[in-house]
Design a protein. Structure first.
Length: 526
């Protein structure tokens, strides 16, 4: 019997049917199971993040013939608030989101596309890693089949190629273990969600079998741990919906690639605005604590500040704000935590943020108020020398405009750790009249220098107080230091801080250091 020839209408009908089925991934029952866990599906996440109707998918029908549409990953491109981005989301309704060959090939493809087009890539991770295939179906999709060099096993290579070229933003939306955690770790920012996000190299069962140690997945690998202890997570959110909104908020501060400037926004905040509140926020006594967040929010346009790693190494504050509509990266010591001392963890946090800003043309403002490096055996044994050197490397390497505000004190090695000493590339250093600068505080210096004289004085307390005042006025006080210290640009009133920052960054807008020394790359002390 002669086969009836299909019409174009028949083919289109078949295509629609296949695509409708593919949109359900592994089927409605598996979608329901994800919802029962309190999780969204991959497509729901993409829809939440992208502008309505903007998503264009690549490879939707991969694997559909064997009942595995998309092969456990959805990739494509769209827009977020009108800006083009590439995106992928692991689909846990198909093979649990595990990585087979075709899955990995798609994963590599979307990174290549983002790199080629010069647009940010959003990575929504929810994968246990490499797929384990039953022997009877191994021929269908062998996860270790490698026909070329572009597969899931080397997505770390394309992550590294993208680094510093386009922003890479990861949302860990489920439990990622083993090799699947290294890809987000190579990206610029990691978002995690309470209760559903987990990252670990070895899970609780392996730890139990090898070390006989009982620990829950949440206590080992949850969002709280990575946002406050390990420092792996940059943002910790309560819900997936909140997570998608925060990813959008972050993108507003970032350029699409390293060749562009960050997006300008007319915020309506007066660039010449005085900030009278600063005098009340910052105590003049150098040992009294205050919250650096309050200072930053008074300075930036409309009080809007997006903090990065807010729960980790809280003795330093880093994040994004705007001054006169232009994006600025802020780095500020926080005297409310560890007196604002510099530490192993704060050094890693600071260096990482500085290098990101420098890679993507974001000027830096340093708000300086630190007694120095945190003392103690734990810090020395932990390698504070090596970690602190990362900050020095990042500061010396950075070429973006950089302005420091010396607010209250800076002693000893912190003067280089916060980049205010000449030679580290900070373009302008402004000092408040309350600022103290020196190898140590005046009180500590006097105790050291006049130890014998204090002990033998008729009135030791009076003698010590007098010498402390003399030392502070002569060697530490910023007003007097500017008399013979050319690297302090000017001594300013706290209320003038915003006005000086806006004006100075405007001057530095087209800063160009010219050709840098040729080399393959530097060797940062990791």
């Amino acid at each position: 019997m002669e086969e009836t020839e299909k019409t174009m209408e028949d083919f289109i009908k078949e295509l629609h049917e296949v695509k409708e089925k593919a949109l359900l991934g592994g089927g409605q029952d598996k979608i329901d199971k994800e919802h029962a866990k309190g999780k969204l599906t991959a497509r729901e996440r993409i829809d939440l993040l992208l502008d309505p109707g903007s998503f264009r998918e690549w490879g939707m029908l991969v694997g559909h013939v064997v009942g595995a549409p998309g092969d456990g990953i959805i990739i494509g491109w769209g827009t977020i608030e009108g800006r083009k981005v590439c995106i992928f989301a692991h689909d846990t309704t198909v093979f649990g989101g595990s990585q087979g060959y075709k899955h990995g090939r798609k994963l590599y493809k979307i990174h290549e596309l983002a790199l080629t087009m010069g647009v940010p890539i959003i990575c929504l991770h929810d994968s246990p890693g490499a797929r384990v295939i039953r022997p009877e179906i191994a021929g269908m999709d062998d996860p270790y089949r490698v026909d070329d060099e572009k597969h899931a096993g080397v997505v770390f290579n394309i992550n590294t190629r993208c680094s510093g070229v386009i922003p890479q933003i990861s949302g860990v939306m489920g439990s990622c273990t083993g090799g699947s955690v290294y890809s987000p770790a190579l990206t610029d920012f990691i978002f995690m969600v309470d209760g559903i996000s987990h990252m670990c190299i070895t899970g609780p069962r392996v730890i139990k079998s090898i070390l006989s140690e009982d620990i829950s997945l949440e206590d080992l690998a949850g969002s709280r741990v990575h946002a406050t202890v390990s420092g792996c997570a940059d943002f910790r959110m309560k819900t997936e919906q909140e997570c998608m909104q925060e990813i959008k908020a972050l993108l507003r501060y970032l350029p699409s690639n390293w060749k562009e400037k960050p997006p300008y926004v007319n915020t309506g905040d007066d660039p010449g605005r005085y900030v009278d509140a600063l005098e009340g926020i910052v105590p003049t006594k150098t040992t009294r604590p205050y919250d650096m967040h309050r200072v930053i929010k008074e300075i930036v346009d409309n009080g809007e500040f997006l903090e990065v790693k807010a729960g980790f190494a809280r003795e330093i504050v880093v994040g994004f704000g705007r001054l006169d509509g232009n994006v600025v990266g802020f780095v500020g010591n926080n005297p409310a935590v560890l007196a604002g001392s510099m530490s192993i963890n704060s050094s890693d946090k600071q260096a990482r943020f500085i290098r990101f800003c420098d890679a993507f043309n974001i000027p830096l403002v340093l708000l300086v108020d630190s007694p120095g490096y945190l003392p103690g055996k734990d810090e020395e044994y932990g390698g504070i020398i090596r970690h602190g050197a990362k900050v020095l490397y990042a500061l010396a390497e950075a070429t973006v405009p950089r302005v420091a505000i010396l607010m209250r004190k800076i002693y000893g090695g912190a003067t280089i750790g916060m980049g205010i000493m000449p030679g580290f590339g900070t373009d302008f250093v402004y000092a408040w009249p309350t600022a103290e600068i020196g190898p140590m505080g005046a009180a500590q210096a006097v105790k050291l220098i006049y130890r014998k004289e204090i002990a033998s004085a008729e009135n030791p307390e009076e003698f010590e107080a007098q010498k402390t005042k003399e030392y502070r006025d002569l060697y530490v006080n910023a007003i007097n230091r500017t008399s013979d210290c050319t690297w302090i640009s000017e001594c300013i009133e706290p209320r003038d801080t915003r006005r000086y920052l806006v004006n100075t960054l405007g001057l530095l807008k087209n800063k160009d250091l010219g050709p840098l020394p040729q080399r393959k790359h530097g060797n940062i002390p990791l």
